[in-house]
Ligand binder design. Structure first.
Ligand code: 6GU
Length: 233
């Protein structure tokens, strides 16, 4: 069981996005749970303002420390511990499958979703244990990255995937991309399914798939291909 807590200004976006398909089923089955905590509920001013101008000037607004800290402490006081707390930021280290597996071993995880130009550094120093980015591009907020991480972590939690959907024999397991898949009919739009897949010869099929995986990885992800080669010898 992993309990995910997402500190956000857009709780509906997070909950609506994660209540579907495999992750929705895991919530229904009680294998994970996800709680979006609305930072705005913890403001102490009557306009429920969560941001202010940056000291030193510059563009945009900064999310203030107090409502974030109080939202965080509401969780900490409830569960009686300070779990790993992830701040989603393009300034973080890049999220990888290995980190998804590591986080899947935790009982509780808190995600802090920033907006505007950033978050007051002092509250980050107080609560954040991990600074994580999901890749080299800029998004408007941390909600989509938090959802990406919750998805990737959840599917590494035992019981979330069925045997059929199994977690390990797929992309990145051994630094190779997945081979191409085909289903019925045998010919579609003038294109035939590769003959070897219809042969029933399991050794040849496995060899063909490995070769396809290697070719794809060389072509699209030379960085992964290098790791595959290193791991082979
Ligand atoms: Cl974690 N946040 C934002 N705002 N943009 C990103 C990101 C995170 N990761 C990649 N781009």
């Amino acid at each position: 069981m992993v309990h995910f807590y997402v500190l956000t200004l857009f709780p509906d976006m997070v909950m609506d996005g994660l209540n579907t398909s495999v992750i929705g089923r895991a919530i229904q089955n009680g294998i994970i749970d996800i709680e979006a905590v609305n930072i705005r509920d913890y403001t102490t001013n009557k306009h429920k303002k969560v941001d202010d101008y940056p000291y030193g000037g510059g563009a945009g607004m900064v999310m203030q420390a107090q409502p974030i800290y109080d939202a965080y402490m509401s969780i900490v006081n409830r569960i009686g511990k300070r779990p790993r707390t992830i701040y989603l930021t393009p300034q973080g280290s890049v999220f990888k499958q290995s980190l998804a597996k590591e986080f899947a071993l935790e009982e509780d995880l808190i995600f802090l979703c920033g907006h505007y130009e950033g978050v007051d550094e002092r509250v980050l120093e107080e609560i954040v244990t991990d600074y994580v980015s999901i890749g080299d591009y800029v998004l408007t907020g941390g909600e989509l990255p938090a959802m990406v991480m919750v998805d990737a972590i959840s599917r590494m939690v035992p019981g979330v995937l069925t045997n059929q959907e199994s977690g390990e024999t797929e992309s990145f397991y051994n630094y190779l991309l997945e081979y191409p898949q085909y289903s019925r009919p045998e010919e579609w739009n003038g294109k035939k399914v590769p003959q070897v897949l219809l042969s029933g010869h399991h050794k040849n099929i496995a060899a063909w798939r490995l070769e396809q995986s290697i070719e794809r990885t060389k072509e699209h992800r030379p960085d992964l291909y290098e790791k595959y080669l290193e791991q082979e010898d």
